[in-house]
Structure formats: structure tokens, C-alpha cells
Design a protein around this ligand. Structure first.
Ligand code: GTP
Ligand code: ZN
Length: 349
């Protein structure tokens, strides 16, 4: 395993100040624990869904058991809880364990916080919401999101909004060679917020998946999420009724269920960038199976970038005249994304 950046999960193995002590009667092994899905977090209170999809399904509020220490529980986590899991008003259960995560999406460390925090766990897909105009698309930011998704082992759906204002084709053509799914949405011709057909096309890509939505302010992410999940509040319940505290803080992710239990939409307000410093080039390469196979023959230490001498990918791109245009486009896109990893993030990326 290559070294990776420290994040909060490193705290998990830190011994407690009092030293380890054997489990006592007060600390049972929690064999009776119930598994739950974390849909939201608000200042130390976790909104969970218990018995998901069953007739008894209910929203419960939980706190983290002290034994979890500084381990962070995030939206999308599946956790084990003990205590009162009835979901009745005023009850509070305890999260005692996080089940193994199948994917983790990390946001970048910043001035106020030196750690790359995990923001969402167990998601299948990253939905990058980008406006075709107003505000102008930023391909470098899209590339960075693509790298973050591939690093997390997530599928990418590029959602191009405001197609009523600009032609989606040039941008779509930049991303199709990556194998990224592209969907387009536009305002309804009847003046409705969104054209119903485009909403359906987006929805079709979400069925059966847990999808994380990211996008800069003003791109139309809220408009889209509201169209996809009309009764968002009811589906998630709210922490506020129990804690009496204010609104969900604007930076924490929240999971919203698609109607008909067709999947989960995780909205991430305020997430502006992803940590890429820890990403290994080999991880990105692995997301491109055809290229990875060819690149296996490259000289040792090959970066596979334009500047790399004797990169096997150059020969591969041109060797078959019929496939050359497709392969060249794929190689260009691949190299662009590869270089996004090492470029410094722009201020607003
Ligand atoms: N022309 C056009 N405008 C749209 C479309 N979708 C959303 N808008 C408008 O774009 C503006 C921003 O939309 P929001 O949904 O609030 O954008 P957001 O990405 O959630 O931005 P924040 O709320 O700042 O996070 C609003 O005025 C919307 O009405 C679209 O398909 N076409
Ligand atoms: Zn190479």
C-alpha cells in the first residue's frame, strides 16, 4: 500500500489516554445492535433510517457512543446503534460501530482544517452539476471532480444544466471519451423550472444508486434536486424537531430518497473542492481499463502524460487508422484528467 494523507480515520487506532481496558458489563459487545443508514448530521445529532425499506422503517435520532472517540460518522454511513430505536419523540440512541465503507469521498483540507475529511461514505456515483452558461462551465473543476470520483471508486455522471442557454455538445464531447455518462437538462418550454423529460433522463441514471450531487453556486443544483425529490423534508425527517436547534448547517451533506425508494440523492451544500493530493496516478489509470492494459508496457516510471518519452499510449492512439480518431480523443481526455491531479486548485475550485 502506498502512503496516503492523514485523515480523521487515522484517529481510530490511537490508544485512549487511560489505556485499553477490557470490556466490562457496562460495555457489552453490542450483539443486539440494529443497523441504520445515516441521512444527515447536525451538530452532534445524527438522523438515521432504521429498517430501511421495511414496513417498520422509521427515522431515529442518535448520538455517537463515547467509545467511537474522534472517529467521524458521515452521511451515507451504515452504522450499528443500540438503545431506544423506536424513533419515538424525544428518544436518542447511540451509534456504536461504523460498518465497513465501500467508498469514501474526501473534501480538501483548507486553512481552517488541515485534514482531508471524509464527507460521504458508500456512494456509487458522483453527479457533477455544471451549467452550460450563467455561470460559465469550468472544465478544470470538472476534471478535478472526475479524479476525486475515480479515486473514490465512484461512477461519474456529468449533468449539464441550462441547455436552453447554450449548446451542450462542445462540453459533452470533451467528456464522452472518458466514458463519463452525460445528461443534459433545460428549463421547461412552458416556463416551468425544468423540462420534465430532462428530469426523467437524470432520474433514470440515479435508479438503484446512491448519488452525490456537487456543483458550484448558481448552476441549478437545488432546482434539479427539488425536481427529483419533491418531498425531500418528509423523506429524511428532521433533526430540528428533536434538538430544537436551528436549520441543518449549510455545509453538511444530507441524503434524500428518490420517490418510490428508487435510490438516494446526497446533496452537499458548500462542498467546493476535493482533496487530490493523496491520489495515486495508478488509481486514475485503473479507471481506464483499455489504457491501463496498454500502459502496462510503458517504461518504468512513465507518467503517461504528453511530456513522457516512449509512452506506449502514443503508439496505441495511432496504430489503427480506423480507431485513431476515437483513441486520440480518449487519450487527450485521459491526459487532461491525469494532469488535474497535480495542478494546484484554482481559488474557486
Ligand atoms: N435558464 C435556466 N435557468 C436555470 C435552470 N436551472 C436553474 N436555473 C436558474 O439558475 C438559478 C440558480 O439555480 P439554483 O437551483 O438555485 O442553483 P444552485 O446550484 O442550487 O445554487 P445555490 O442555491 O447558490 O447553491 C436560479 O435562478 C434558477 O432558476 C435551467 O435549466 N435554465
Ligand atoms: Zn506511459
Amino acid at each position: 500500500m502506498s502512503p496516503r494523507y492523514r485523515d480523521e480515520s487515522d484517529f481510530r487506532s490511537r490508544p485512549s489516554k487511560r489505556g485499553s481496558r477490557p470490556r466490562s458489563k457496562q460495555r457489552p459487545a453490542h450483539d443486539e445492535a440494529t443497523t441504520a443508514f445515516v441521512t444527515g448530521i447536525d451538530r452532534g445529532r445524527y438522523t438515521l433510517l432504521v429498517d430501511e425499506g421495511l414496513p417498520d422503517e422509521r427515522v431515529v435520532i442518535a448520538m455517537k457512543a463515547r467509545e467511537l472517540g474522534r472517529t467521524r460518522v458521515v452521511c451515507g454511513d451504515r452504522v450499528d446503534v443500540v438503545g431506544d430505536v423506536s424513533g419515538d419523540d424525544g428518544t436518542l440512541c447511540r451509534i456504536v460501530r461504523i460498518t465497513e465503507r465501500v467508498s469514501v469521498l474526501r473534501r480538501t483540507a483548507d486553512d481552517t482544517d488541515p485534514y482531508e475529511r471524509i464527507i460521504v461514505a458508500n456512494a456509487h456515483q458522483l453527479v457533477i452539476v455544471t451549467a452550460l452558461a450563467d455561470p460559465e462551465p469550468r472544465p478544470r473543476m470538472i476534471d478535478r471532480c472526475v479524479v476525486a470520483a475515480y479515486d473514490a471508486g465512484m461512477r461519474v455522471l456529468l449533468c449539464l444544466t441550462k441547455a436552453d442557454l447554450a449548446d451542450p455538445e462542445p462540453l459533452a464531447a470533451m467528456y464522452r471519451p472518458l466514458g463519463v455518462e452525460v445528461v443534459v437538462s433545460r428549463r421547461g418550454e412552458d416556463g416551468s423550472a425544468l423540462d420534465a423529460e430532462s428530469v426523467e433522463r437524470v432520474r433514470a441514471e440515479l435508479v438503484g444508486r446512491t448519488s452525490v450531487f456537487v456543483g458550484h453556486s448558481g448552476v441549478g443544483k437545488s432546482t434539479l434536486v427539488n425536481a427529483l425529490v419533491p418531498d425531500a423534508r418528509r423523506a429524511t425527517g428532521h433533526v430540528n424537531a428533536v434538538t430544537g436547534r436551528g436549520r441543518q448547517t449549510s455545509t453538511s451533506a444530507v441524503a434524500l430518497r428518490l420517490p418510490g425508494q428508487a435510490g438516494w440523492v446526497i446533496d452537499t451544500p458548500g462542498v467546493r473542492s476535493f482533496g487530490l493530493a493523496h491520489v495515486e496516478p495508478s488509481t486514475i489509470l485503473a479507471a481506464f481499463e483499455d489504457l491501463a492494459e496498454v500502459a502496462a508496457q510503458c517504461p518504468r516510471g512513465c507518467t503517461h502524460l504528453d511530456s513522457a518519452p516512449d509512452c506506449e499510449l502514443d503508439a496505441w492512439a495511432t496504430e489503427d487508422p480506423e480507431l485513431a480518431p476515437l483513441r486520440a480523443a480518449r487519450l487527450v481526455s485521459f491526459r487532461r484528467v491525469m494532469s488535474a491531479r497535480t495542478e494546484p486548485a484554482g481559488r474557486a475550485d
